[in-house]
Design a protein around this ligand. Structure first.
Ligand SMILES: Nc1ncnc2c1ncn2[C@@H]1O[C@H](COP(=O)(O)OP(=O)(O)O)[C@@H](O)[C@H]1O
Ligand SMILES: [Mg+2]
Length: 342
């Protein structure tokens, strides 16, 4: 049997370039080499596509995150498929481990649709809707889920929109990730700076009531056409960090994930059901990680859904599935298989 050729695409122009490079390394090492042949493709920060050797350094070295650098082996994705320096490449399925802008917002999904090549994960519309938190929140609310109250603001209207606001609030770009541009704002004096910073990542920012609650995550997977939810996990951030910010996420051993979360079985099941509900409401495919707040009163508030969550072997999404009995290599195979069946 010939092995299916799987293009693993990582890097990209978003602020999560480095994180994506780590996820790419994860999929490359986790891929079942008996069944699949990996083809590693990197996208530089300035959006040039290159073929990378499988040995390309994609690890954190002395605290420095990996990046994709330009090389002469230029790749492009055209309507005819992938081309390497103009020559057709043979690829059966694409696993884009690109987070944020371009990778998670529907843009690369559109290119892949146009080329007719199978790819892992959500399509154009679901990706775009999930990426834009103001759109996703409206869809969640309409489907009956509870969201954090808040307003969407722009550079032009933020003063009017935030009049009479009660603090603390969270300010964040509507389309963002890795907590970049996200601020906890305790008083009106700090609001402008926070909004201006959030607006450097997107034209729209969200100003939300600060929810006091635990952060619970649930991994959703489409397996043989059935939407399944993993056990739920709790993100426990070192109290030295005010919230789950960029440093707490990646640069420190500041965060642990408790799997399964120490919450009642009935609330775990509610969260699993709501995660599946959010996945279906947005029309997601393949995979997504649903993130919730869980208050002391037992309230479950959906925060966001990530259609291409961090995907290294030690990222939350694969860990939640490992704890649910599905190991990393098998998880990758399930995702590839369901994309090939579409
Ligand atoms: N309304 C909110 N209330 C409390 N904490 C929040 C709120 N919004 C964001 N946060 C904190 O900021 C983090 C990042 O925000 P999030 O909306 O998840 O954006 P990102 O896509 O960058 O992960 C969350 O994990 C949480 O710690
Ligand atoms: Mg988040």
């Amino acid at each position: 049997m010939t092995k299916k050729k799987i293009a693993i695409i990582c890097g990209g122009p978003s602020s999560e370039h480095e994180v994506s490079a780590l996820s790419g390394a994860g999929v490359l090492s986790g891929l079942d080499k008996n069944a699949y042949e990996p083809i590693l493709i990197g996208i530089t920060k300035s959006s040039q596509w290159v073929l990378l050797p499988n040995e390309y350094p994609l690890a954190i070295v002395k605290g420095v995150m990996p990046t994709i650098e330009l090389n002469p082996n230029r790749v492009e994705l055209s309507k005819k498929g992938f081309l390497l320096n103009g020559a057709k490449m043979d690829i059966d399925c694409v696993f884009t481990v690109l987070h944020g802008e371009f990778g998670e917002d529907g843009k690369i999904q559109q290119l892949l649709e146009d080329s007719g090549i199978a790819y892992v994960g959500s399509g154009v519309e679901a990706s775009a809707d999930a990426m834009d938190k103001s759109i996703a929140k409206a869809i969640f609310e309409k489907s009956g889920l509870t969201i954090a109250p808040g307003v969407e603001v722009t550079a032009l209207n933020w003063r009017e929109m935030t009049e009479g606001l009660t603090f603390p609030v969270f300010v964040k770009p509507s389309s963002g990730g890795s907590s970049r541009g996200t601020h906890k704002v305790k008083d009106a004096n700090s609001l402008e700076a926070a909004i201006k910073d959030a607006l450097t990542y997107d034209d729209k920012a969200l100003v939300e009531r600060a929810i006091q609650g635990r952060e619970i995550e649930c991994a959703v997977l489409e397996r043989d056409g059935v939407v399944q939810a993993s056990v739920v996990g709790e993100i426990i951030v070192n109290p030295a960090f005010e919230f789950y910010d960029f440093e707490a996420k990646y640069l420190d051993s500041a965060t642990t994930v408790q799997i399964p979360a120490q919450i009642s079985q009935s609330d775990s099941i509610k969260i699993q059901n709501q995660a599946k509900q959010a996945f279906i409401a947005l029309g997601c495919k393949g995979l997504a990680r649903c993130d919730f707040f869980y208050t002391e009163q037992g309230e479950i508030i959906i925060n966001e859904i990530n259609t291409m969550p961090g995907f290294t072997g030690t990222s939350v999404y694969p860990k939640l599935w490992a704890a649910s009995g599905l190991e990393y290599t098998e998880l990758i195979s399930v995702l590839i298989n369901s994309s090939l069946k579409d």
